[in-house]
Design a protein around this ligand. Structure first.
Ligand SMILES: [Zn+2]
Ligand SMILES: [Zn+2]
Length: 120
């Protein structure tokens, strides 16, 4: 991967290139916060932690984070995937799988169905 360009907005040290522009951490957060709505995050596998306040006392690169999709807050490494979103998505997947595997309302006493069962 190419090294990030300096921020196209403010000229600060860049952390990521997107399209034809470079972004510093602050402007990347700004972009993520304003341009991408929660539904897009959820369809992309969940929100990410956007740093609100650096917490070097906790660890290198750590910050108080707010999820870009669900708004959960925690302290951790910036831009990591939000575990609350991952849980939500995992539950949705299970729920969808269950709804697919559960047959539609069928009355077991229905004569046609019992007839089919008897044929086996
Ligand atoms: Zn910038
Ligand atoms: Zn989240």
């Amino acid at each position: 991967m190419r090294a990030p360009w300096p921020c196209s907005t403010c000229g600060a040290v860049g952390v990521k290139n997107m399209g034809t522009r470079g972004y510093c951490a602050a402007h990347l957060v700004d972009l993520y916060r304003r341009r991408i709505d929660p539904e897009i995050w959820m369809s992309a596998g969940g929100g990410i932690g956007l740093p609100e306040l650096a917490r070097p006392d906790v660890g290198e690169g750590f910050a108080e984070l707010r999820c870009s999709a669900c708004g959960a807050t925690w302290v951790g490494a910036a831009f990591v995937r939000c575990s609350w979103c991952e849980d939500t998505i995992a539950r949705m997947v299970v729920w969808q799988a269950e709804s697919v595997l559960t047959p539609p309302d069928v009355d077991p006493d229905d004569s046609q169905i019992s007839g089919v069962m008897r044929l086996r």
